[in-house]
Design a protein around this ligand. Structure first.
Ligand code: ZN
Ligand code: ZN
Length: 293
C-alpha cells in the first residue's frame, strides 16, 4: 500500500462550522447575530444549514465579520425505512425548499457536486452501513447539540466502519447550533481547514480533499510528513493516538499529567488506514482525517 500524505505543506488554518441553524428553520438567532457571536471565538466561516431550506448567502444584505457559505440539512428515510439527517455543503442544491424523497434529493445534490455528510448517526440511530452511505462524503464524528440532548454525540463507530470497508470518508466535528434557550450550545465542535485563502470555492475544495482536522479543543499547529514519519506540533495535549482498523492503535503520552506539544509517529505499512486522535487535559479531543489518500 503506497499512498500520498493528505495534508499540503502550505496554507493557513481557517476555523469554521459546517452545521448551523438560523431563524430560517428552527434556530434561535439571525445570521447577523450568529456571525457576531462566532467571530468572537475566532471563526473564519460558517455554513448555513437550515432544515430543507437552501440558503443563498448572496442575498444576505449585510456584511459580516466572517464568511457565510451555503448549505442545507435534509432528513427522511431510505427504501429500507432507515432514517437519516444529511448535511449538504455548497450552493449546488439550487433553491430547494420543499421536502422531497430523501434518496432523490441526495442523488440530485450529489450529481450537482455538493459535499454530503451523514449528520449525528448515533443520535439518529443509523446502522453501520446505511443504504445511502456510498453517496456520502463524510460523517459527523462529534455533534455538540446531540451531546447536550442525550449524550449521543459520536459518529466514530460509523466513521471507522466506513473506513474499514475502504470508503474515503471524512470526519467532521460540528456544533449543529440552534442557539435557543433549550439548545444553547455552540463552539463545542468545529473544523480547522488548511487552505491558501478564506474563500468559498477554495474552502469547499479543501474540505472535499480532507485538508482539515476536526476539534473540540486541541489545536494542530503543523502536521507534516518527514522521511516517512508524521510530525505534529500541537497545543499542549496529554495523549496522541494513532488509530487504525478495529483494535489497531499506537499511543503516546501518559496519565501523569504531563502535556506535550511535539509528537511523531510512523505508520505501519500494513495498516489499511490511520488517523490521529489528540486528547487534552480536559478530555477534549481532535481528529485528523486519514493521513494517507
Ligand atoms: Zn439533524
Ligand atoms: Zn441540524
Amino acid at each position: 500500500m503506497k499512498k500520498t500524505f493528505r495534508y499540503p505543506a502550505e496554507g493557513r488554518w481557517f476555523k469554521g462550522n459546517t452545521h448551523i441553524h438560523t431563524l430560517a428553520s428552527d434556530g434561535g438567532m439571525s445570521v447577523r447575530d450568529i456571525a457576531t457571536l462566532y467571530a468572537q471565538a475566532e471563526y473564519d466561516f460558517l455554513f448555513c444549514t437550515d432544515h430543507w431550506k437552501a440558503s443563498n448567502v448572496q442575498l444576505f444584505e449585510e456584511t459580516f465579520p466572517l464568511l457565510w457559505i451555503d448549505g442545507i440539512e435534509l432528513d427522511g428515510k431510505d427504501s429500507r425505512g432507515e432514517a437519516y439527517h444529511i448535511v449538504c455543503l455548497g450552493r449546488e442544491q439550487g433553491d430547494m425548499v420543499d421536502r422531497m424523497d430523501l434518496t432523490e434529493a441526495v442523488d440530485r445534490m450529489r450529481d450537482a457536486g455538493a459535499i454530503l455528510i451523514l449528520a449525528h448517526p448515533e443520535w439518529t440511530g443509523n446502522s453501520l452501513d446505511p443504504e445511502l452511505a456510498d453517496r456520502l462524503d463524510g460523517v459527523e464524528i462529534y455533534n455538540h447539540v446531540c451531546r447536550w440532548l442525550n449524550g449521543k454525540w459520536s459518529g466514530r463507530l460509523h466513521w471507522n466502519a466506513q473506513l474499514k470497508i475502504g470508503r474515503p470518508t471524512l470526519g467532521f466535528a460540528v456544533d449543529d447550533a440552534h442557539l435557543r434557550p433549550e439548545h444553547p450550545g455552540w463552539n463545542g465542535g468545529w473544523v480547522q481547514v488548511l487552505a491558501p485563502v478564506c474563500e468559498r470555492t477554495t474552502l469547499l475544495e479543501a474540505i472535499r480533499r480532507g485538508h482539515f482536522y476536526s476539534s473540540c479543543g486541541p489545536v494542530i499547529r503543523q502536521i507534516r510528513e518527514h522521511q516517512g514519519r508524521i510530525e505534529l506540533e500541537t497545543s499542549p495535549v496529554r495523549f496522541v493516538r494513532l488509530v487504525g482498523t478495529d483494535a489497531l492503535g499506537q499511543r503516546q503520552g501518559s496519565f501523569d499529567g504531563i502535556e506535550r506539544t511535539e509528537w511523531a509517529f510512523e505508520i505501519p505499512a500494513q495498516w489499511d488506514y490511520a488517523y490521529l486522535e489528540l486528547e487534552d487535559a480536559m478530555g477534549r479531543c481532535a481528529w485528523t482525517q486519514t493521513l494517507y489518500v
